[in-house]
Design a binder for this molecule. Structure first.
Ligand SMILES: [Ca+2]
Length: 194
């Protein structure tokens, strides 16, 4: 039952990202699956007992990154990540291997879900190339509080990249009021040519 609920929620993530109605969703950790609609995807929902073996959190000032394990605040399953900042920033990044799965990557979408535990906050989603550490793509929308809301980057051409990239959530704050931002369900999908 839980698996079905999770699948249904995940399917809605993908539908909203890609505007398609038929898609097959596989494992929720970083495994590559090929869906019926010509999409190759990788999703990490921070599940399992040690998501920090896949995610790399950090921060500056008073900003810290952490995880809720077996909790009730997740969007999917029982785990989510969080960023907690009053003055400074915190971030958490997920390494994605492009080779071997995301072969055709001229048209990719990246998305994550944020839950701002305040009236709202500007939160960031970034795609990094670790070769020289430069940003491939980024967005910093204002996300209203009061539940999980999706942030995404679409139409991303990653053909000129190989090896690994990183998908990163980041939150910076300077008002001194320590604010929690939960996140869950980081995903990348790339369309295949046919
Ligand atoms: Ca989760």
């Amino acid at each position: 039952m839980n698996g079905l609920i999770r699948r249904s929620r995940l399917a809605r993530v993908l539908v909203s990202l890609l505007s398609i109605t038929v898609i097959s969703v596989g494992a929720v950790t970083t495994t590559a699956t090929e869906a019926q609609a010509g999409i190759v995807e990788r999703v990490d929902s921070l599940e399992g007992s040690t998501p920090w073996t896949r995610w790399e959190g950090g921060g500056d000032g008073d900003g810290i990154a952490g995880y809720d394990i077996n909790g009730t605040g997740a969007r999917s399953g029982v785990n989510n990540g969080w960023l907690h900042v009053g003055n400074g920033w915190a971030a958490n990044r997920l390494r994605i291997t492009l080779d071997g799965g995301l072969v055709n990557r001229y048209n990719c979408n990246v998305g994550v879900w944020f839950n701002v535990l305040n009236s709202g906050a500007a939160v960031g989603l970034q795609v990094w190339n670790p070769n020289g550490w430069h940003i491939i793509a980024e967005t910093y929308p204002w996300v209203a509080g009061g539940g999980y809301r999706q942030v995404s980057i679409s139409g991303l051409n990653l053909q000129s990249y190989s090896g690994d990239i990183y998908l990163q959530v980041i939150y910076g704050n300077s008002n001194g009021i320590k604010t929690w931002v939960r996140f869950d369900d980081m995903a990348i999908q790339c369309r295949t040519p046919n």
